[in-house]
Design a binder for this molecule. Structure first.
Ligand SMILES: [Zn+2]
Length: 109
């Protein structure tokens, strides 16, 4: 069973709130976590398929077919996410107010 990721989103952002340029695989990881933030904060209960996030793990060098599920903790506002297929999972903190925070998207339009 893989371990639990604990991610502070601000570690991946530059001073303007954009994804910071991080060379190598860490950048892919940053994109992955921002996609999960958009998924978890999406205001529509019927999430459009373009927002679905595929698991990034490759157990046995084969891409995992799992689609990430996520949940918002109402008390801490931490985003909990997990892959129902391989069990990869984690928490994302300090995502509120980032570019990928889609809460209240409808009101802003
Ligand atoms: Zn998986």
């Amino acid at each position: 069973m893989p371990g639990t990721w604990t991610t502070d989103l601000t570690h991946f952002l530059d001073e303007d709130g954009n994804l910071a340029f991080i060379p190598g695989p860490a950048f892919r990881l940053a994109e992955y976590f921002t996609a999960i933030v958009a998924l978890a904060s999406h205001p529509d209960p019927d999430i459009p398929s373009s927002f679905r996030v595929r698991c990034r793990r490759r157990p046995g060098r084969r891409p995992c077919q799992g689609m990430i599920d996520c949940d918002l903790d109402f008390e801490t506002e931490a985003i909990g996410w997990w892959c129902p297929v391989c069990g990869d999972n984690g928490y994302i903190y300090n995502w509120q107010g980032s570019l990928w925070d889609l809460r209240g998207m409808e009101e802003r339009q």
